[in-house]
Design a protein around this ligand. Sequence first.
Ligand code: PGA
Length: 242
Amino acid sequence: MRLIVTENYEEMSYSAAQETAKFIKENPELVLGLSTGGTPLGTYQELIKLHENENLDFSKITTFNLDEYIGLEPKHPQSYTRYTWDNFLSKVNIQKQNVHIPPGIFKDEKQVLKEYDEKILEVNGIDVQILGVGGNGHIGFNEPNQFLHPNTHITNLTDETIKDNSRFFLNIDEVPKQAVAMGVGSILRAKHIIFIASGDEKAEAVRKTFNEKITTHCPSSLLQLHANLTVILDKKAARLLN
Ligand code: PGA
């Protein structure tokens, strides 16, 4: 594991974007795993700048998102489809057919889950996964539990996640209760993971991720098993690490 501790959120974002760009330059056909939420926004802004100012090329990049809320149309302001296009992909030269985000509305649940896993397999898995962490240690929407799912699945969001994410919605009742989520198997099979966290509110989750025993009750602790992990934290998120 490589650990980079930065002064603040802006530097964390810059560093994560530089790291991602390095992989893109090495492999223009990279399969990039994308996360959502507040943490990666700055990273995406920096990647857009690299595209605009240094011609970082996304034309052959393939992306897979970690998750989508069940019940939200792609156009819903809080859907992760909308988030990903508005905050990142519409501003770089990605090809639409190379973008993969699970649907939040569907008829055939089994088919949706199977297809998402098949698409990941078809491209031989994710090369580089950009990954945040929830205050409760979730990665993607793999919530703390007695058992975790290896593959794409439907998950119930915990009360803590619903509360955390209510800041993006008009009120807590609007937060969906379920999501389609990539499994921990697909995440851990990513050839490289860029783990990012920022702020005091993530310090305890970061400590449990790296300084405690591995447990499904803190899904991010499974990252200790990963051989190619780059951890980029601002100093507030790193403050409880040994
Ligand atoms: P956040 O979410 O970036 O909005 O804090 C991170 C996560 O839940 O993975």
